[in-house]
Design a protein around this ligand. Structure first.
Ligand SMILES: [Zn+2]
Length: 94
């Protein structure tokens, strides 16, 4: 059944890299409109990361992700680059 396959598919959280059942992750659409699904692949956030995301200052985040070419590279490459940016921000301060 399609639905049960959907629930058991394993996907990776784009923020922490944990692999979880897709049913336990939230869809994250970097284009901001998850209902417009044409030609898109979605990314996923686990619930703790999704909560963090809501609290975090998102100003410039989308630009940042696009600058990092999120989705154009392997998960590993992207996470490394993103972590690097976060580290740089942390060192620079607010
Ligand atoms: Zn996560």
């Amino acid at each position: 059944m399609r639905f049960s396959r959907w629930r058991t598919e394993m996907v990776t959280c784009i923020a922490c890299g944990n692999r979880l059942s897709r049913a336990d992750l939230r869809e994250y659409d970097k284009y901001g409109n998850r209902w417009d699904r044409e030609g898109k692949s979605f990314e996923y956030l686990c619930k703790p990361c999704d909560r963090d995301r809501c609290r975090a200052d998102r100003a410039g985040l989308e630009d940042q992700l696009i600058a990092l070419e999120a989705g154009e590279h392997s998960q590993e490459t992207f996470l490394r680059r993103y972590q690097c940016v976060l580290e740089r921000k942390r060192l620079e301060g607010p």
